[in-house]
Design a binder for this molecule. Sequence first.
Ligand code: HPA
Ligand code: ZN
Length: 326
Amino acid sequence: VNLPKLLREMPKAELHIHIEGSLEPELIFALAERNGVKLPYANVEALRAAYAFTNLQSFLDIYYAGASVLLHEQDFYDMAWAYLQRAAADHVVHTEIFFDPQTHTERGVPMATVINGLHRACADAQTQLGVSAQLILCFLRHLSEEAALHTFQEALPFKDKFIGVGLDSSEVGHPPEKFKNVFALAHAHGLHLVAHAGEEGPPAYMWSALDVLRVERIDHGVQAVHDAALMARLAKDRTPLTVCPLSNQKLCVFPDLKDHNIGQLLDAGLCVTINSDDPAYFGGYINDNFVQTFEAAGLTAQHAYVLARNSFEASFVTEAQRQKWI
Ligand code: HPA
Ligand code: ZN
């Protein structure tokens, strides 16, 4: 078989994509111009040259600066629509998209502007691209739980426009249990729960994401290999890990893609998925993640089938819809 062709053409779900991380430098500059926002970079090339990351925080600083050009509902629509077209080209048939409202509301952008723009793009993706797209609201873990609770209250009038809540931004020093109350509240509202854990942080953060926040999926989770009991738990419960190999490489979680532990996670029987995280910053969309990871880790067509199947198993779609894809 032509493995790269199989990887690129197979139907798949993407479950770990930050919409602000899909903002390409060209669109950042176009929006800066349209909105009269001054950027601390002279041009697209200068901005791209700054994409040399050493860890998560060095990326987040630039990622939040890039998002500062987003002001109006149409800006959020244009960003999401660009991603959705790109996802459709990669044969993504379903996507669950993270957004960071606090990055925008802290700059004075209304919650309605953010959610309505993103949601309109998701609705158009279904009708115009045949891609089902849902939104997951992420809390910034470097901010307080009080701020997260305030953000959740602001988002509640739009509860029909997102399916769950997540937790992202600077991991180390901000353990999941800091957000126990807001996750319990989101659960009481019938929302799905996910959290970033075990990207740079220890296995202990994965345990508390599972046992304190009661999440249904863990985003990244690659540090699980350092805890045998955790590996057994994840395998037994089939708790999905939304792994992002190019992100891990670019943020120096692993020295090189060939050092990534995805093969070990798959061999242990975990429900692993492959995703792009922040494709505009990490040098590739989901299919680039698949092709480069398979090449570096020596994965096979059998792994391709397992990973595609896992992506639908791990998704928050109805059982009837899942059966159509599996
Ligand atoms: N980790 C934490 N926060 C993030 C990431 C990530 O990989 N991408 C965007 N926000
Ligand atoms: Zn992420």
